[in-house]
Design a protein around this ligand. Structure first.
Ligand SMILES: *Cc1c(COP(=O)(O)O)cnc(C)c1O
Length: 435
């Protein structure tokens, strides 16, 4: 496929086009189609932006209807019918059943805009500058968000010092036997630890970009307690693993914690349209009118699809159960794969429909598998500090048949890459699997 125009005109900064060097022309559900009419199964979902698949027909019908009646597309942050309907839907579908009370702040359309607003607000409320973030955390690449993002590739591009953040070890960072929360607790309790009293802690419950690192419920509960005890705000960045990715609409629900601030974006609109949101406890809302602005805080088309997504998928528990069932399928498959190659040092971790196949950090098995898989018609990415994690991120709505076909491609690609490296399968290959 001729990518010359992209090579000639587009900046070297382009990224995913390099992993998937074809020209995509159409997409439906979990299928992408390139200009040669080759089909690909999507196990990447726009990095978690397409939880309900591409061009979801229910949302598409709403978009067409809205455009047809000349509904507002742009309205700064003025009141519109689409926004009113979205607010009512959030209250009815998300807040009322949970007995929650959060105030909504609409920010600029990308995830990093929501993170910037959350950090600004936390610092204003507490009158302190420092924020705690975690190893391997990813929160966006604009100034404030980049300062709390751990990856040196992104940090080194900043060109300025990224201050006012202290990184602490995420759950499991020192291995399974060390509770990193004890370290954070000691640092906070000791007035001579050198740690400036933080305004807030920002955390992902499952680190999407950082390598599918999963925080246990217990660790998150302890973090919340520590935040209360030390007068710090708890910010959960649910941009990638919220909106149902881990089974419930919010990723932290099973932990029984109540964050002070929540950021949402990626799959919030449901349709791939840019839209971001900050949820804050009402008493934190000390913003002065217009003090934090942005031209694109009212993507009304996104409000239409976002409200529809909540109505269609989240007004009862059926979709959650469906996600958990698919999690079981993916987990079983990947664990069988791991057991088939006991000498390859593979393992699995994840929660809901974000699952990582972890390969050894000092070779590039994951990257080679992703590349091979693409050749066989599967779009899948790697993550982690050494790109050592193959990140399985299908749409939550994916059909079982496509899910199995995608997993078969992973299986075949892993087998081939390992064979090239001289690692063969265990004799009882896939013996235990029922399918
Ligand atoms: C993607 C992501 C962001 C940044 O969102 P952008 O839309 O890329 O600015 C922030 N936090 C998390 C957890 C993310 O996955």
């Amino acid at each position: 496929m001729d990518l010359k125009i992209f090579d000639r005109m587009e900046s070297e900064v382009r990224g995913y086009i390099r992993s998937f060097p074809v020209i995509f022309k159409q997409a439906r559900g979990s299928i992408l189609i390139d200009e040669d009419d080759k089909q690909y199964i999507d196990f990447f979902s726009g990095a978690g932006t397409l939880n309900y698949g591409h061009n979801n027909p229910v949302f598409k019908a709403k978009v067409i209807e809205y455009l047809d009646t000349d509904g507002l597309i742009h309205g700064l942050d003025m009141a519109t019918t689409a926004k009113k309907n979205f607010l009512e839907t959030v209250d009815r579908v998300l807040f009322k059943p949970r007995g929650w009370n959060y105030t909504l702040q609409f920010t600029g359309p990308t995830g990093t805009n929501a993170v910037e607003a959350a950090l600004k607000l936390a610092r204003q409320v507490k009158g302190r500058q420092n924020v705690i973030s975690f190893t391997h955390g990813f929160h966006g690449v604009s100034g404030g968000s980049l300062a709390v993002t751990a990856n040196s590739k992104f940090r080194n591009a900043a060109g300025v010092s990224l201050a006012n953040t202290t990184f602490m070890p995420f759950d499991g960072y020192m291995g399974p036997d060390i509770n990193t929360m004890a370290y954070l607790e000691r640092m906070l309790d000791d007035p001579s630890s050198g740690l400036d009293h933080p305004a807030a802690v920002i955390v992902e419950t499952v680190q999407g970009e950082g390598g599918v690192n999963v925080a246990t419920w217990r660790w998150l509960k302890e973090l919340e307690k520590l935040c209360r005890r030390h007068d710090m705000l708890l910010i959960v960045d649910d941009i990638q693993v919220g909106c149902g990715r881990t089974g419930n609409f919010f990723s932290f629900e099973s932990a029984g914690i109540q964050p002070d601030i929540i950021t949402l974006s990626k799959s919030l609109s449901g349709f791939g349209l840019p839209m971001s949101l900050v949820l804050m406890k009402p008493e934190l809302d000390i913003w002065k009118p217009g003090a934090h602005s942005g031209t694109f805080r009212g993507n009304n088309l996104a409000f239409v699809t976002a409200a529809q997504a909540l109505d269609t998928y989240w007004s009862d528990g059926a979709f959650s159960e469906e996600i958990q069932r698919k999690e079981g399928l993916v987990r079983d498959w990947l664990e069988n794969l791991v057991h088939s190659y006991p000498m390859a040092g593979l393992s699995v971790r994840g929660r809901g429909l974000i699952q990582g196949l972890i390969t050894s950090a000092d070779d590039d098995v994951a990257a080679q598998v992703a590349k091979k898989a693409f050749g066989y018609g599967l779009v899948i990415e790697t993550s982690g500090a050494h790109d050592e994690v193959l990140k399985v991120l299908p749409a939550l709505t994916i059909e079982d048949d496509l899910l199995s076909r995608g997993l078969e491609i992973i299986e075949r690609s892993v087998a081939e890459v390992l064979a090239e490296k001289g690692v063969s399968a265990h004799v009882l290959k896939f013996g235990g699997r029922a399918r």
